[in-house]
Design a protein around this ligand. Sequence first.
Ligand SMILES: Nc1ncnc2c1ncn2[C@@H]1O[C@H](COP(=O)(O)OP(=O)(O)OP(=O)(O)O)[C@@H](O)[C@H]1O
Ligand SMILES: [Mg+2]
Length: 287
Amino acid sequence: MTIDLTHAQDTARVLTEALPYIRRFAGKTIVVKYGGNAMKDDTMIASFARDIVLMKLVGMNPVVVHGGGPQIGSHLEKLGKKSEFIQGMRVTDEETMDVVEMMLGGLVNKAVVAALNQQGGRAVGLTGKDGGLIRARRMRLDGHDLGQVGEVERIDPRVVTHLEAGGFIPVIAPVGVGEHGEAYNINADVAAGKLAAVLQAEKIIFLTNAPGVLSKRNEILTGLTVPQVEGLIADGTISGGMVPKVRYALDAVNSGVKSAHIIDGRLEHSVLLELFTDQGIGTLIKG
Ligand SMILES: Nc1ncnc2c1ncn2[C@@H]1O[C@H](COP(=O)(O)OP(=O)(O)OP(=O)(O)O)[C@@H](O)[C@H]1O
Ligand SMILES: [Mg+2]
């Protein structure tokens, strides 16, 4: 048998280049928010899963929080139910909440768990109800009734740290639990940002369906600060689902998370490109 020496040496070079990053992040918690738009097909989910399992194998502690907006939307459509959105949030009546909990905690969560385990990981799926992880209350928005849309009241991370210590990869659906055991629909970016802060994570990475935070001329904006972000929201450059992402990325870094990154989850190996290269990719947000 002959081996292609040049190719083998390229592979060896790539591995040694990753070494300082592997050393730097060993034992560190990295929260990865996996957006519903970046999990459109099985190939994308499998590629994401390979990156996360590799992180775990080289000694990092990835914690996955996932969304599922498109998946919830298409199921509601099948049921003939229309959603109303107020400031980017889905008005969630009781029937809609059941669908949200079934889709996020059920189908979407288990698809991510199964993909990670298929790649040799040991993933465990949870919702915010498990272990009292995400305690929530009804979100108040002046003059609007959003139903079961919740805001995070507090996070009890013990179930996550136990899983991490046991070598498992926690996979969290952003369903919160209220004081009477009722379920709340929580934006996954908010849940991920708050969890990263409580865990004092090294990094939070948001995987979405855009190359980063884009300017009006479609350039990737990076190194964003609080006043810049508020300006970009006020002038409409940042809108819809990007608003909670940048707000809670900032919230996380201002609460002790070292850096936040908004990157393109549709790009193969985007997580590894972010972790293992000097320049990284997408939008960087620092405290
Ligand atoms: N300035 C901006 N730069 C990039 N994307 C933007 C900007 N402003 C608004 N967006 C929109 O934000 C969307 C990403 O947020 P969205 O909530 O749709 O996805 P997600 O958070 O990745 O998935 P999920 O909500 O399922 O977790 C982009 O697809 C884009 O349409
Ligand atoms: Mg979103």
